[in-house]
Write a protein that binds this ligand. Sequence first.
Ligand code: RIB
Length: 294
Amino acid sequence: MRILNYGSMNIDRVYRVTEIVSRKETISTTDYVELIGGKGLNQSIALTLAGVPVYHAGKLGEDGRFLKEYLAEKGVNTDFVLSSSNVSGHAVIQVDQNGENAIIVHGGSNHEITEKDIDLVLENFDKDDWLLIQNEISNLDYLINRAYAKGLKIHLNPSPITDTLLKSSLNKISTFILNEVEGFRLTGKTEIENILSDLKLRYPIAEFVLTLGENGSVYYSGTKKYFQKSFKVEALDPTGAGDTFTGYFLACRFRGMSVEESMNYASAASALSVTKLGASNSIPTFSEVQHWIG
Ligand code: RIB
């Protein structure tokens, strides 16, 4: 039983600003740094730091070769990270003085993943294996259908949510890890209880983890519901907090922990991640999380 994460890798260009820029406005930054991110890459790092070996599949341009080296250094298997002649995916991220962010993503090579690439990667995986996906790569629906046909268990973080994603074969997903905005886009409901019950009606085979920011998170399987409180921290940068939560929750479940323990670790890890600037570099190790929660 192995985890394959087929997902994006981005160069994160992070601009510290006093306030996030408004329409028609020009502002200056107070600081600039280039970091390593992408929802896929961040989730692979979270999985591996939480103690679970992960295979990362995706595509990078020449300018993003260092992202592959970074993944490998952290212990992620990069055999399925392919090369592209396009630019790599990258993100322009503003982080303001209140610890809020705004992100623009350019898909680049993340959007060059072909059906053939997917077939070649999936040849190496089988039923019993888990597939983790987000929504920052091309041909996601093809990937879902091929992986499902092979019997892989598919876990989706439906982020960022798009009309194309809404038309995908989401009935083949085993676990959704999503936030309230994504819950609303999937169901049209705004109340937590209504989002959860509507999700279950639409996707009966799935279980759900709905994150609620500082209000905690909820697990719902249809028969079991569990609420996890959030950990209070001084937030510096929320970038990658959802990815940290997703990677930690799945890693803990993969390691055989209960839903309750997994929610607790995921919540603590994502809280710790927002105390540092950046995405992948702000994800704590399992022992840091254990030490922090005591
Ligand atoms: O979830 C955070 C990530 O979203 C950033 O690392 C950025 O690359 C975008 O993909």
